[in-house]
Structures are given as structure tokens and as C-alpha cells.
Ligand binder design. Sequence first.
Ligand SMILES: [Fe+2]
Length: 313
Amino acid sequence: MDMPTVLKKRRKPIIWGCVAAAFAAVLILLHIGSTAVSVNTQTVHLPRLAPADDGLRVMLVSDTHFHGGDAGRAAALAEMVNREDPDLILLLGDFINGSPDPRGSLSMEELTRFVKRLRARCGIFAVTGNHELWYGRDKVVSALRDGGVEVLFNRGVTIGTPSGRKLQLVGISDFTTQAPPEKFPEVDPKLPLLVMMHDPKGALFVPEGLDCFIVAGHTHGGEIRMIPGGSDRTSLRLLMVRIKAKLGQIPDYQRPYALFDRWFTEYRGRKMFITSGVGMSRLRMRLFCPPEIVLLKLRSVPVKNDYVIPEEL
Ligand SMILES: [Fe+2]
């Protein structure tokens, strides 16, 4: 029996209403999934760390990509970092957006204000990323220094820990936008060593066999993953890279091109942690890849972590 015409007429707007509501729900979920930053707490063994420093709290903040209207977001993020009571804060680059990114950038005054808010007993250190080059690296570095951050370009520092012992920290320049170090900075083989960099490919400049732990950002964890809970191997970005590689479109300066998974990675024998970071690239969307800050608890005893070896193209 045919449905009365009046009912058919009523059904159409209901169906369209449901479609619009489902669409809006997806957009809201995408927005929350892209902007709700969480604290990712991980534990890692740092060779030669004194038992008295066991549990040292290192906060990794990477790829914030603050744009013009983000002063409030920056203040909230600083508060979130401070709540974790870190001993050491490592800022891994891409603080802002550099041209040709159309979103614009947080002002340098606001960037200084952001880093001035951060609190860490053993200091705040930074390396710069590709967006700093595009924006104007000197301006960003001055803004960071004005806020009390020490920026490390291919050099190391020895810092005091709360127990009165020493920890070495080396910052490597960005793989794709700066000259690589001719020589890895001198380090004391008796002290524990953390190496920080923006692009994980910079691990190539860490001498093979050097007993250290590396931290990096840059990859954003792939941002859009096609499988819920999937690794960054399931990301749209890496699919595009694979297609580019097949077409021979990866420039020589980016070789060797490794498809980095996030988190625990072993790249050519070097152990590292790659954070998927806070912000987003030009697409301004994350899917199944939540933004994060990372609280890395350093242990003086071995810890079992599953290290992924990245595929190289
Ligand atoms: Fe980035």
C-alpha cells in the first residue's frame, strides 16, 4: 500500500535532519579529537642515570603550531605542562606557523609570554623546526631567549639534576632546514645523555653506538589515520609519501626517507621517542591521532618498550 503523500512529505525533512545531525556530530568529534590535548606518560631507561635521579620528569612539547588567535590556547597549554611538575622541559620546534602557511602565527610577544609561563626545576631547552625557518628563525629564537629558554643548535649543555648530579643534553639542528653538524658535540661518556631534535631524521647525525636516548617531533603522528588506534603507518600522509616515492618525487635532500612511527622507534640502531605533538598542519584536522604533551619518566634501570623499526623508502 502506498504511503499517504502527506507522510512522504514529512519524512523527507526528517531524513535530511538526521543526515545534518550526523554530519555535525562527525565535525564536533573531529574538532574535539583535534584539539583536546592529553598528557601521554611514558617510562624510558636512560643509560648511566644515577639511581638518585630515577624517575626524573622530562616534559616534551612539540609542534604547537600556534596561530594568530592562539594566545588563550598557549596559556592553557602552559598551565597543563606546569601541572605535571616537570624537572626539565624540552621544546622540540614548530612553535608557530611560518609562511607559506596561510593560518598566520602567534606574535613573538605572545610566544615569549607562553614560554615565560613554563616552570621546570632543571630548565627549559629548545630546538627549532622547519616552520621557524619559514617564519624567520632569528626572530623566534630571540622570542624564546627573552622568555628564558636556552636554544641548542648543534651543541650540548650539562645541567644539574635535583639530586645534585649531572645530565647532558645535546640539541641537533633541523634535518631539512639547517646545515647538519659537521661533528657531534663533545660529550662526557660517564654522564647520562639526552639528544633532542625536531625532525627524527636528525638521528642520522648521532654517532652510531653512542649510548644515549633521542627525543623528536615533526611527524605529528601522521595526523589522519585511517584505522582507529592504528599506528602512523596507517596514516594518509604516509600513503601519500609512498605514492610520491613510487613516482620518484621525493627530493634528494630528503633522502634517506624513513616512514617514522610515533613513540618508541629504533632508527638505524638509535633508540628514540617521537611525539605526535600538539598542533596540526595546514589541513587542521586530526583523526584517530590525539594531540599530546609527553611526560617522559627517566629510569636508571632497564625498562621494556616495544621499539618499531621505521620502513625506509
Ligand atoms: Fe610541525
